[in-house]
Design a protein around this ligand. Sequence first.
Ligand code: ADP
Length: 470
Amino acid sequence: RIDSLLRILQTPPAATAGGTGGTSRIQHARNILLSMEDEENHLLAQRQAANEESHTHLRNAILTLLILVLGLMGASTTLVLYNFRRRKRTERVLKQSEERFDQAVSQIKDYGIIRLSPTGMIETWNCGVEQISGYSHSDTVGKHFSIFYTEEEKLRGEPASSLQRAEMTGRYECTGLRRRKDGSLFHAHVVFTVHRDHTGQTTGFIKITQDVDTQVGREQESNAALSRERTLSDMKSGFVALASHEFKTPLSVILSSTNLLERYTDPGMADQRARHIKRIKTNVGNLKNLLNDFLSLERLDKGIVRNDPGLTDLPELCEEVVQDMESATTTGHKFELVMLGESRPILVDGHLLRNILNNLLSNAAKYSPERSLVQLDLEFEDTTTRIRVTDQGIGIPADEQQHLFEQFFRARNTVGISGTGLGLSIVKKYLDLMGGSIAVESTPDVGSTFTVTLPSRSVHIALSEPTGAM
Ligand code: ADP
């Protein structure tokens, strides 16, 4: 169209027919211009529409982007808040569990538990530390844990090296001497564990200490209690077994003698009556001895019997025991007291010693022929006092002598002789309490000698103690 317009404009006006050529040329040009204008308008409208469309797209894109950004911001805020709350909740749970743990730890008495800083300063601890070391909380918190160490260990650098080793391997265990507040020493078993944060940095140590001496003592105590329980229970079962056997004979003798006594009403039967009354008395005596043995043993095993030494005139005590035996014997035994060495009072529990001598002397009479001699030697030496009981009886087979002091033990040559097998075990326990000892020498069918040795300590104390100690 521009070309047509240019042609019209380049064509001279005369060239047009009838003189109207100029007008029609203008008209033509105008038409062309008008159509060009229309076209331009049309193109303008199209461009405007395209522009508007692209604006709309841009706006939409921006809006979408905005919504997306806002959404993202909202989501991340929610996430941050959620994480924050979760962390707070975790921290609360952790704090509660730490409090519960601290509370539980604070109740532990047998172990000293200390939290140390990375340099070994005491931050906190439980009451077990005070129990073991004697130091109070305020004595130690804020101080270095080496206060529990001996000077030698400090010089050797033991505290620092313990922390280093724990840091290297995570845990370090050792046993050594530690010092209490009062200066006394004890053996401690110690375990160090290291605490680190999430970056692996050491944040402190936990030190757990156990007083090994006390622990061993407690174990020994509970073992002793257990063994006492066992002994008591063995003794009770032994008693049931023995009672069913040993009670039967005296009880049936007593029963038969009382039955016979009922029949011996005749005045001329006084001798028979006397014989049966004696049998009843002897058997009641046997039952009484048996019960006494059990009671003594139970009292010993329960720890009720105590050694209560006092200055004692030994010859006088032995004389009394010998006389009592002689007046009570129904078998015509002779009891003789022989004194050797220079007599002096000694520190001994007279009551326990009397029981021991009664036991040994009545055994000597029981296991030896009627009317034979039982000798009691009392020998004072420089540092000891010995008492020997010698009989001329049945003796004890050599292979059985080692069992004599065991409960319920009776040698095989005692068949037909009543007894419980408890007397010598009681004697042995009395002597253990008194710090003394007993030994036996015996030859079957010749006789036996039981030798009691009283501790030299008693004699020394007796010599140096003023008389007021009585
Ligand atoms: P029991 O005399 O009641 O049997 P003991 O404990 O006193 O119990 O004595 C244990 C055992 O030791 C006796 O059964 C006996 O075998 C032996 N025995 C003790 N003393 C003597 C003694 N003087 N002579 C021979 N045997 C003895």
